[in-house]
Ligand binder design. Sequence first.
Ligand code: FMN
Length: 486
Amino acid sequence: MSHPLPVIIQGGMGVGISDWRLARTVAQLGHLGVVSGTALDELLARRLQMGDPGGHMRRALDHFPVPHLAEQVWDTYYIAGGKAPTAAFITRAQPTPTPTQEWQALCVVANFVEVFLAREGHHNPVGINFLEKIQIPHLPSIYGAMLAGVDFVLMGAGIPLKIPGVLDLYVNHNVATYPLNVTGASGDDTVMLSFDPRAVVGLTEPPLKRPMFLAIIASDVLALTLHRRANGRVDGFIVEGPTAGGHNAPPRGALQLNDEGEPVYGVRDVVNLDKLKAIGLPFWLAGGAGAPGRLKEALEVGAAGIQVGTAFAMSAESGLRADYKQALLQQVLAGTADVFTDPRASPTGFPFKVAQLPGTLSDASVIDPRPRICDLGYLREAYRSDDGTTAFRCASERINVSESKGGETAETTGRACICNALMTSAHLPQVRARVHLEPGIVTMGDDLPGVARFIRPGASGYSAADVIATLEVEASLTQSVGPVGP
Ligand SMILES: Cc1cc2nc3c(=O)[nH]c(=O)nc-3n(C[C@H](O)[C@H](O)[C@H](O)COP(=O)(O)O)c2cc1C
């Protein structure tokens, strides 16, 4: 193992919340910075259409090992000076299980760019986070991140049994495959995604570093299954509880809601740490772990450390758009910040934490009038259609369209287009009919009010370094290497 294990992991936060700036800052401070790998193809395309402010995308593209692919992406999307505010971003065809060369190259390049920038100027490890449920981009995304030398791959929201083997194959630029979950497919009816780096990118050497693979789990049974049955090495686990920001694992058993309409979790949802420890791999605790005393407790029960999201999402370096961040910080200071665990909002069907912020999709008056347009499609469900082909539907697309594809009408109720909304929260909103901006949505953990402790008296915000310094002092850490200069 080339690096000591991190004590604090800054969790991956999509879309674009844990971007390269935040991950680089945390890595420079001696802990694990993790970029979100979600929707990086669209993020890069939109950043280029915004004119690449600061020239960071261009700088990273100049380091891509196959220049003509970087130029292909640049030529397709870059707009000098940025698009007009009333102009829409390019709507790309949504990728299928047999995607185009252009999209695969965009995915490889976009993941390379994000990891390259997060690793720039220091020698500390950097990770990338993916959601298992967003399967079609997995293969080119992982390869692009490995081309940039990513040290850790972290994956949750699913059962990533077949990811470790992909990491092993891409070390030598070999073709890898991944099974797509297709609703209604049975028996030996398997759709395999495939990505051949040699065919698309054209490199055969040098060998790439095999990143460590950390699975994000909410059950010790799943951890054991991954340890025993994965097609390659699993290096550790992030144990994520239901207070964490983002998507949460659903509670075991029949869904019960409390008086506020939030899922109720019980004893069956608590991970048995003794069973987890018996596996013998390192683990980190996540979900409110940025609260006072939690790091010390985690170390005392045998964890390697903690993964923290919300505290970093609200720091100055995160990619959350500035007006949303400021409004939420004001709520935090006023004692009015509130997070609702919405069992319906996400088309994935997983509970999704939503910070209550007027003007965003937490507000029914914003959600209801929005036309149900599905044009990004990351969270679409693949299904076996009547004619035997693999088709896609999304519970947040137009209800009659979803129904015409065999989707349950009840499934569409209360669903939000979080793909478009999260793009808006990363400050890259789509423009409709030259005037309407897609509304945003902000996800935060239940401990959002608790970030008040990182704000110094008289200040209106805080930095990622403030979070780390606070956590290190409280846990009397001596392992931290402190700031690492460029
Ligand atoms: C804004 C935000 C976005 C998140 N997005 C993701 C994601 O894309 N993938 C993921 O595995 N976890 C995601 N998470 C969860 C974090 O990686 C982390 O595990 C969690 O935030 C830890 O709990 P905490 O929020 O109480 O600190 C997100 C969390 C936040 C706050």
